[in-house]
Design a binder for this molecule. Structure first.
Ligand SMILES: Nc1ncnc2c1ncn2[C@@H]1O[C@H](COP(=O)(O)OP(=O)(O)O)[C@@H](O)[C@H]1O
Ligand SMILES: [Mg+2]
Length: 223
């Protein structure tokens, strides 16, 4: 049975850091069900990352509502939200956001620290094998190729068995072979009941989505 995992209802986000305010999101709505791979395509500056951060409980919208597995993360305390995020959401970013002085294994394990997981080490080892990182397990960031970095970040996203994966231009820095590994793992995740929201301007990544929305100037374009 399909169920609603991510609900974004009419959200608005305005950045007011400088004198000129930027309306990054202007009434955006979307739903992602279990088993769905949703892509949001749009040019640079259209609000894709802002949408992903808001959906990921990292950036409260000014207006509208976000629900993840039926719960509003912004109504939670800081600690509760951090735990909820670690439990439910896996993140993959264009710039990887790995911790430089930690090894591949340690980076993959970081999201499990907040949870009392059964056996995170065993899960990490399975992911390391799955993503072809066995030879790199004790290497730090500087010793990894770009593809190995993103595969490490991908393994980290899966470590807590999330219900939702949020990916921000995950193929933006990758060669085709590594881009395929990333996209295929997201497709497989959705095929086995997970939910994916990917934001990108890479047409290659979009073609595997089960639904695609277009974002322009902070609004979803109807076409
Ligand atoms: N922290 C911020 N402060 C001020 N403006 C921001 C901030 N982050 C993003 N913006 C602006 O908001 C708009 C949307 O940005 P972003 O969500 O990063 O778009 P995209 O990911 O599609 O490139 C852009 O005009 C950007 O310059
Ligand atoms: Mg962006």
């Amino acid at each position: 049975m399909r169920c609603l995992v991510l609900s974004v209802e009419n959200i608005t986000k305005v950045y007011r850091k400088t004198e000129k305010e930027v309306r990054a999101l202007d009434g955006v709505s979307l739903n992602v069900n279990s088993g769905e791979f949703a892509a949001v395509e749009g040019p640079s500056g259209s609000g894709k990352s802002t949408l992903l951060f808001a959906a990921g409980s990292l950036l409260a919208p000014d207006d509208g509502q976000i629900l993840i597995d039926g719960r509003n993360p912004y109504a939670m305390s800081f600690d509760e939200r951090a735990r909820f995020r670690a439990e439910r959401i896996g993140f993959v970013f264009q710039q990887f956001h790995l911790i430089p002085y930690l090894t591949v294994l340690e980076n993959i394990l970081t999201p499990s620290i907040l949870l009392k997981a059964e056996n995170p080490h065993e899960s990490a080892m399975q992911l390391i094998e799955r993503f072809g990182l066995t030879e790199r397990i004790h290497h730090v960031l500087a010793e990894l190729s770009t593809g190995e970095r993103q595969r490490t970040a991908l393994a980290r996203a899966f470590i807590n068995s999330p219900s939702l994966i949020l990916a921000d231009e995950p193929t933006g820095n990758l060669d085709r072979e590594n881009a395929e590994i990333v996209i295929r793992s997201l497709v497989e995740f959705a095929d086995t009941g997970g939910s994916v929201l990917l934001v990108t301007h890479d047409a290659y990544a979009v073609q595997y989505a089960t639904k695609t929305l277009h974002l322009e100037n902070g609004r979803v374009r109807n076409n």
